[in-house]
Design a protein around this ligand. Structure first.
Ligand SMILES: *Cc1c(COP(=O)(O)O)cnc(C)c1O
Length: 374
């Protein structure tokens, strides 16, 4: 089979989505499945919908187009503010977009009228992540202008946490968003039907006993795909952490000293250096590198350890296991490693379609077993 390849267990993605949809549903919170880490891969997107996600969201219009081309008709939101050159596509392909700039909102309004469509907008509020967002004190003023723009409808307000920074949402932040929603309704009129209070980083607060105000939606990618809370980097109970694995082929395996010195005048330099070396290491080179993934973000089978990687090679070490040339090594991925692999031209995809109910494994699931397949 071709390597490097990413293997995707769709059933685990369905189950992770279902688990979160059920847990958050009890609190009145819906789940929007975020597909950006898999570049809008349509089978993954469909698995999220099958698991009960109310809609999908992606940061890139190209990924949205890929899902639409594959026949996905559910509501899709663009969660990165649109670029001006893609406004028409945003209106055509997305039901909703997240926005922070009046200039962009005006253009959305004009395009929606021209294309004869009604487009929903959500205002993104800056709540401390310091990436995108309208300052809380400006939300009412901008909302009051948006409600006068034909072709677009103000549907909600939202915030983002722990993306650029590392701070998870707080009860205070939810209270502020709730107050903003109430104020916008009071002064501008429209019912703010959606209060989207964050990403996977918001799950633990949403499931805690503290009040979340009017929070009624989370946009979730990482927790569905990898079962991980991005703030703690720990597994979320009852979620699968191994829905994806990256498989690479061994192209060299050899005992190596710490260093081989170049001594051109010595007739047998290798013999000299190797015999002087006390603790040679069994090093293995995998045919995968920075061009295919984020090698530092891979988790290896317990017998081997990551040493370093370059654009096309990843070097691992492990004295207890000798991997023969041509054998395959299966690795877990973090969010960045997954995203890069899903977007890399040389990494192929293999979908595992088995319809079985699988029980999530314990923490050792983060370290997939070594497979030696010829
Ligand atoms: C990426 C992103 C999300 C999803 O984040 P996860 O950590 O994958 O759950 C949600 N909202 C916005 C605006 C994003 O950019």
């Amino acid at each position: 089979m071709k390597t490097p390849r990413i293997e995707i267990d769709l059933q685990k993605i369905r189950e992770n989505t279902r688990t979160l949809v059920d847990l958050l549903g009890c609190r009145g919170i819906t789940v929007t499945g975020v597909t950006k880490a898999v570049c809008g891969q349509p089978d993954v997107a469909q698995a999220m919908l099958d698991g009960g996600a109310v809609g999908l969201a992606d940061a890139r219009i190209s990924n949205v187009r890929r899902m639409r081309d594959a026949g996905i008709t559910c509501p899709i939101s663009l969660i990165r503010a649109p670029m001006l050159a893609e406004i028409d596509d945003v209106i055509r392909l997305c039901d909703t977009s997240y926005n922070t700039e009046l200039e962009t909102l005006v253009r959305l309004s004009v395009a929606a009228q021209r294309l004869g469509k009604e487009h929903d907008v959500i205002l993104m509020v800056e709540m401390g992540d310091m990436r995108e967002g309208i300052l809380p004190m400006d939300v009412e003023a901008i909302a009051s202008m948006v409600v006068k723009m034909p072709g677009i409808a103000l549907k909600g307000i939202a915030a983002n946490f722990a993306c650029l920074g590392h701070d998870a949402p707080t009860p205070h932040a939810m209270a502020v968003l709730t107050r903003l929603a109430n104020e916008v309704e009071g002064t501008c009129g429209p019912y703010i039907s959606q209060l989207s209070g964050g990403s996977s980083s918001g799950i633990s607060l949403a499931l805690s006993d503290v009040s979340n105000g009017r929070l009624n939606n989370l946009r979730i990618g990482e927790a569905i795909l990898l079962g991980i809370d991005p703030v703690t980097e720990r597994r979320i109970d009852a979620l699968h952490t191994d829905a994806f694995c990256l498989i690479a082929e061994v192209i060299e395996t050899r005992w190596k000293p710490e260093k081989v010195l170049a001594q051109p005048l010595n007739p047998i330099p290798w013999a000299l250096d190797l015999s002087r070396e006390n603790s040679p290491k069994l090093r293995t080179v995998l045919a995968v590198g920075q061009q295919d993934t984020t090698p530092e973000g891979l988790s290896f089978p317990s017998q081997i350890e990551f040493v370093n990687a370059t654009s096309d090679h990843t070097v691992v070490e492990g004295n207890d296991v000798r991997l023969s040339v041509g054998s395959e090594v299966k690795m877990g991925t973090n969010y960045s490693a997954l995203m890069r692999a899903m977007n890399a031209p040389d990494v192929s995809e293999r979908l595992l379609q088995m319809r079985r109910h699988s029980v999530p494994q314990g923490h050792h699931a983060l370290r997939p077993q070594l497979t030696l397949v010829r």
